[in-house]
Design a protein around this ligand. Structure first.
Ligand code: G6P
Ligand code: ZN
Length: 545
């Protein structure tokens, strides 16, 4: 095996966002673009962390080409053990697990998560470290710095390595292992949840699920877990065949994009007990009951409140964490359980230290992500199995479980408004104008709401003391309500402005109103503070979740 050193010149736009480097496929196809970024990842690692590497992706367009390039570069950079998912497949949660289980130095995951795929779609590359979690900011900053001045990369001369069968190939001192991407992950799920109970209720026809894999990576995982191990009928699974363009759809499990599943769950008669979906790389989840949507923030709170009913979590909880824009519902449960609830910036990477340090057991985000200490990524199928287990234990509907939660803790009505693809300069101006008013806002009354505090969220990691500034603007109206404004870090076109609205209603209040109706006055306050429509000429948000 020959290794070549190739001269290159740096690209200046290789700054990783909320979750790795994400661009249009065409952008990645520019000469040396992928190679440069991959070399920068390798160069960012200490010599003793360049021994073993996991590689896999969500099966989207360009996955296979990129994997062959990265494989050759890993060999060219002296990695001795390279583990690849069969067909190049690995869900993000499975990748996190495998890095931990096989004690690898890290992993490269190829995915643009919930963004559309195909030749005109998006592609992405992210690096996870030894703990199985996303690279922390100090590492992504370092990667960016290296990429901005890169002059060469190393690559082995090699024919494409066949990925369709599990096998081991030896090249000099280096070994490439093609492994089953599904088995270890399914085994872990079987340890955490009561598969026997779920299996019995499936067999007795007492429990039904509809799971939408959205033609993305979780199809093979869902077949193994729901069909093979739990005995659910084949008809429970929708879109379980991974396709490189996700069938032309948008693999984002939310009310706007999971239409087919929504139609099933909204049927007058015969809808399953649980409707669920996951995204492109399998780390997100959406939970639906019959004609009922569980907001991700409520889902996290309900899971924490019910953790003692689930085998893997009977021992009790260390603490919980939520990203700042996630509603405060979980804080109320944590308070009752007398454990700490941490508030972190958006991005799963901020949970890693808290999990590694034994401070939390559960964590979650409003962006359809929930997880626990079992791995260092959010985990779509895990969250869905948690709910399935909960339904089997409580023998109640999703709606009844959530309603009883609200009766106990009160309800945090919640909605996120997304203004996608707006001109970056307008978006930045809007945010900086609001930032400029922060000191004047406290004490102001707008309609029935009095601002008690306004700040630009800054997070000091309690474990390593690192500071992350400008993580979103928080406008607090006491304990009653909150508006959060931030720019998305995952878009590939223009800017996406997100407005998050939440308002608390105590157990004695009105718990069953439509969210839109209940939040309308607060949304008007938001428009008052941030004139998005006026400045962009839009009539409203593109997506409300
Ligand atoms: C990815 C990250 C999440 C994050 C989400 C939304 O899924 O893994 O941690 O919450 O993106 O990020 P954004 O910056 O677009 O709001
Ligand atoms: Zn994802």
């Amino acid at each position: 095996m020959q290794t070549r050193t190739v001269s290159t010149s740096p690209y200046k736009d290789q700054a990783p966002g909320t979750s790795g480097l994400r661009k249009r496929v065409g952008h990645f196809q520019q000469p040396h673009y992928l190679e440069n970024f991959t070399q920068s990842i390798f160069d960012s690692l200490a010599a003793d962390q360049r021994h073993s590497l996991l590689i896999g992706g969500d099966g989207r367009y360009y996955n296979d080409t990129a994997i062959q390039t990265i494989l050759r570069m890993a060999l060219g950079n002296g990695f001795r053990r390279i583990v690849v998912g069969q067909h190049g497949y690995l869900s993000t949660p499975a990748a996190s697990l495998l890095i931990r289980k096989y004690q690898l130095d890290g992993g490269i995951i190829l995915s643009a998560s919930h963004n559309p795929g195909g030749p005109q779609g998006d592609f992405g590359i992210k690096f996870n470290t030894r703990n199985g979690g996303p690279a922390p900011e100090r590492l992504t900053n370092r990667i960016y710095q290296l990429a901005s001045s890169l002059e060469q990369y190393h690559i082995a001369e090699l024919d494409p390595v066949p990925l369709h069968e599990c096998a081991t190939y030896q090249f000099g001192d280096s070994r490439i292992e093609i492994i089953d991407p599904v088995g270890d992950y399914s085994d872990l799920m079987e340890q955490l949840f009561d598969f026997e109970l779920i299996r019995e209720q499936f067999a007795a026809g007492e429990l039904h699920i509809a799971y939408d894999a959205m033609h993305a990576i979780t199809g093979p995982y869902a077949r193994e877990i729901f069909q093979q191990r739990l005995g659910a009928p084949q008809s429970s699974l929708l879109n379980a065949e991974p396709l490189s363009d996700f069938g032309g759809a948008h693999p984002d499990p939310n009310l706007a994009h999971a239409e087919q599943l929504l139609a099933i769950m909204n049927q007058e008669n015969g809808a399953p007990d649980l409707g669920a979906a996951s995204d492109g790389d399998g780390d997100r989840n959406m939970i639906l009951g019959r004609r009922f949507f569980v907001t991700p923030s409520d889902s996290l709170a309900v899971m924490v409140a019910n953790a003692h009913r689930i085998p893997g979590y009977r021992e009790g909880l260390l603490g919980v964490a939520r990203s700042m824009p996630t509603s405060r519902a979980v804080d109320r449960v944590a308070e009752r359980l007398e454990v700490t609830s941490y508030e972190t910036p958006t991005g799963w990477k901020f949970f890693g230290n808290l999990l590694d340090d034994g401070r939390i057991t559960f964590c979650g985000e409003e962006s359809f992500g929930t997880g626990s200490g079992h791995i260092r990524e959010k985990d779509g199928l895990w969250a869905i199995l948690f709910w399935l287990n909960l339904l089997a234990v409580r023998r109640q509907s999703v709606a009844a479980i959530v309603a009883s939660h609200w009766q106990e803790y009160g309800r945090d009505y919640y909605a996120r408004y997304d203004y996608e693809n707006i001109d970056s300069s307008i978006a930045e101006q809007l945010v900086s104008d609001l930032r400029g008013q922060l000191t004047e806002l406290p004490g102001q009354r707008i309609a029935d709401f009095v601002i008690t505090r306004a700040d630009d969220f800054c997070y000091k990691d309690p474990v390593d003391g690192s500071l992350s500034e400008h993580q979103g603007i928080r406008i607090l109206f006491g304990e009653q309500a909150r508006i959060v404004v931030r720019l998305s870090g995952t878009g590939t076109d223009g800017a996406t402005l997100r407005l998050y609205f939440e308002q608390y209603e105590p157990p004695t209040g009105q718990l069953e109103l439509p969210t839109e109706e209940f939040l309308q006055p607060l949304v008007e306050v938001g428009e008052n503070l941030l004139p998005v429509c006026q400045k962009t000429g839009r009539s409203g948000p593109n997506v409300i979740t």
